[in-house]
Design a protein around this ligand. Sequence first.
Ligand code: HPA
Ligand code: ZN
Length: 319
Amino acid sequence: MTQHLLKAEIHCHLEGAAPPSLAEAQARKYGMETSHIIQDGSYRWSDFSEFLVCYDAVASLFRTAEDYALLTETYLAELSAANTIYSEIIISPDHGDRIGLGADAYLAGICDGIEAAREKTGIETRIIITGERHFGVDRVVAAAEYAARNRHPLMTGFNMAGEERMGRVADYARAFDIARDAGLGLTIHAGEVCGAFSVGDALELVKPARIGHGVRAIEDPAVVERLVELGTVLEVCPGSNIALNVYPDFASHPLKQLKAAGVRVCINSDDPPFFHTSLAREYEIAAQEFGMGDAEINAMSRTALESAFVDEDTRTRLL
Ligand code: HPA
Ligand code: ZN
């Protein structure tokens, strides 16, 4: 059992953490039909492209600052119950804009949820703004500009998620330049749907402190070596990788090989109910499927905190 272990998470998409029951309640509130995205209490999708469509449909069921405060607090309460002391949630102003709420109210609702959860449970949370690659270069740049303009103390990082097969990292590098200049921590989804070249591009063109997934770096020893050299942290999401069929099973997953090669790694839930997982389950997977003991798992939690986009006083308190 891993319930007793203190946990930290640095890669979870907020709308991707909505329990199907909450999404259904939201749909009832707004008179929306959900049978195309939820069936028998589970999200419906069959591949990465469909997952992204389903994700965007679920996001569209959260329409007010209060809806987002509820979603945020619901997720953080679940994390805290699993003994989690730190979390970074990935949010996209585009989802606020798309539903007509606007990015400012979207962010304000999420911050309210974070404060409420912190008051009730003590969980410490920071926000990573993300551009969604499949919304196009201009939207990713706009997300970076939004993050750079709004230096809210809880907003500490910039990411790019979405359809990795759309364009090359170079097309989006300008967004990361804007975020870097604003002092935000950088992370980017790479090496999940695309191969090691995508991780290599990210390392050279974005120079991020962390990479979302990055597991397919294992396909090129030179990229693995570069990750070790740079000390880049991989935000590994094993349950997500199996659900999306990046690997057929845990025995084929390269988490242990990456660790053995000297790559810094930690474990995360990504979009937990979409992938039938939770942060608690990812810790159980580390123990049961990867055969890791408490010390090895704790070392990954430390890596998450060491690479967290958080002020040094908070980091010291948590470590
Ligand atoms: N990968 C890429 N983009 C995403 C994901 C993911 O797992 N979740 C939400 N957006
Ligand atoms: Zn992700």
